[in-house]
Structure formats: structure tokens, C-alpha cells
Design a protein around this ligand. Structure first.
Ligand SMILES: Cc1cc2nc3c(=O)[nH]c(=O)nc-3n(C[C@H](O)[C@H](O)[C@H](O)COP(=O)(O)O)c2cc1C
Length: 237
């Protein structure tokens, strides 16, 4: 089992997204999976030129010279691809989107209607299954609606399945050192490790783990107050 994570946080290794991905991959590794953690923030990924040379001039080969080829080779043989992102203005990060557009090189130029009567690219080899991991600053889980819809559309477009979606609102708490909250985060990261183990062994989450991952860390009202206090303190300086 090979699991490759593509982390689209502009903060890279230092981001809250990585706190989630790291815990998940740790569990997966412990269960015997080979894992690769790729930080787009450390790579040079230029915009897709939409020239379609990768379809018509040099099939499967992009004309742009940057780190995309290296990422594609790291993704080779993956059973699962994790798309990890912070929520940026209700959507995936721009870094993640630029990367996704460059995945055009892997798409088959032929497309047609699927069994549900909707067009999608034909696939010649089985694409990896997908996991979506995201965190956001606001406390409500409804902020992930666009990402959740997008990953479902994307999975259908490339003819693959989503294994699970893991979302953490109140994302600022993932990296907090506050004594009252740290134990809650530690427990959450343990659940993420369990999730990684379950995926690596069973390719699915148990109902119990899925439920535990859906809880907010602290009551919304307290979170809102604490974030306000934090902002006040910084702006006073
Ligand atoms: C440009 C930008 C846009 C953001 N937009 C949202 C948003 O629409 N909703 C939200 O809840 N949080 C938003 N956030 C907050 C981030 O999702 C949050 O800080 C997250 O923990 C960042 O993860 P990271 O540390 O991995 O980058 C935004 C942050 C940035 C920098």
C-alpha cells in the first residue's frame, strides 16, 4: 500500500494542515504503508499553459520545466492520493489548484459519457483512490461544503473513488500550546493516527473513527472569544 499526500498549505511543513497529515501518515506507516508527504510550498509548480502539448505533441509529457515531473514520479504506484489543503476563501488553496490543473498531463484526451450519463475523461489505468484532508479557521463545519462538493466532482471526473474526507474546523487550535486545549488536540491526533491505520489496513474508516473526527475541539462561543482575544493582543503590540 502506497499513500502519497500532496499538501497545498502555503505554510508547508509548518502549517496546521501538516499537523493533520503527519498524524494520519504516522498511523498508516505503523500499519505498514509506504508514505510520501509532498509539500507544494517547497516546489516550483508553474501554471498550466493550457497548450495541450501533453495531449497532442508529446503525449504524457508536459513542456513546462519545473518540479511537476518530480512530483509525478513520486506519485507513481500510489494506491491512495491525499489532497490536503487549508481552506482559503471557501475553497482549496491556490497552490493546490495550480497543482491540480497541471495534472492535465495525466488525463486521457478522449472522454465520453459515463454510466450516469455525464461526460468524463476515459482512464487507461486505475487512478489512485482519493482522501481529502482540510482544516479551516472558522468554527463551523459548513465551511467545507465547497471542498467536499469539489472532491466528489473531481473523483468522478477522473473515474476514481473517495475513501474518506477529513475536515477540522477551529484549525487554529491544531498548533496551540494552551494547556487547556493541548490534551484535546493530542487525543484528536491519536484518532487521526487510528484513521491512517484503518485506511492502510482496511481501505476504510470505522464508523467510530469517522464520528470522532467530526467533533469540534471546543465550544464555538469560547473559540470565537479566544480568537478575538488573540487578535486584540497582537494588534495592541
Ligand atoms: C488566504 C487565506 C484565506 C482563508 N480563508 C478562510 C476561509 O474562507 N474560511 C476559514 O474558515 N478559514 C480561512 N482561512 C484560515 C485558514 O484556513 C486556517 O488558518 C488554516 O489553519 C491554515 O492552515 P495551514 O496552517 O496549513 O496553512 C484563510 C487563510 C488564508 C491565509
Amino acid at each position: 500500500m502506497k499513500i502519497v499526500a500532496i499538501n497545498g498549505s502555503h505554510k508547508g511543513k509548518a502549517g496546521n494542515t501538516n499537523i493533520m497529515v503527519n498524524a494520519f501518515l504516522k498511523g498508516a506507516q505503523e500499519a505498514g504503508a509506504e508514505t510520501v508527504n509532498i509539500f507544494l510550498a517547497e516546489k516550483e509548480i508553474k501554471y498550466c499553459k493550457a497548450c495541450k502539448a501533453c495531449w497532442f505533441n508529446s503525449p504524457g509529457q508536459c513542456v513546462i520545466e519545473d518540479d511537476m515531473a518530480e512530483i509525478l514520479s513520486l506519485m507513481e504506484g500510489a494506491d491512495i492520493r491525499i489532497l490536503a489543503t487549508p481552506l482559503y476563501f471557501d475553497n482549496i488553496s491556490s497552490m493546490q489548484k495550480v497543482f491540480m490543473d497541471r495534472m492535465m498531463v495525466t488525463a486521457n484526451p478522449y472522454w465520453g459519457k459515463d454510466k450516469n450519463g455525464e461526460c468524463r475523461h476515459f482512464t487507461t489505468s486505475l487512478p489512485p483512490k482519493l482522501i481529502m484532508i482540510a482544516n479551516c479557521g472558522y468554527p463551523e463545519r459548513s465551511h467545507f461544503e465547497v471542498i467536499s462538493h469539489w472532491i466528489k466532482r473531481h473523483a468522478r471526473n477522473i473515474n476514481t473513488d473517495i475513501i474518506c474526507e477529513i475536515y477540522a474546523s477551529q484549525g487554529a487550535l491544531l498548533s496551540t500550546n494552551a494547556d487547556e486545549v493541548r490534551p484535546i488536540i493530542t487525543t484528536y491526533l491519536k484518532v487521526l493516527e487510528t484513521a491512517g491505520k484503518e485506511i492502510a489496513t482496511e481501505m476504510k474508516l470505522t464508523e467510530k473513527t469517522a464520528k470522532l473526527l467530526e467533533h469540534n475541539f471546543i465550544p464555538d462561543e469560547i473559540y470565537i472569544q479566544e480568537v478575538k482575544r488573540y487578535v486584540d493582543n497582537i494588534l495592541k503590540k
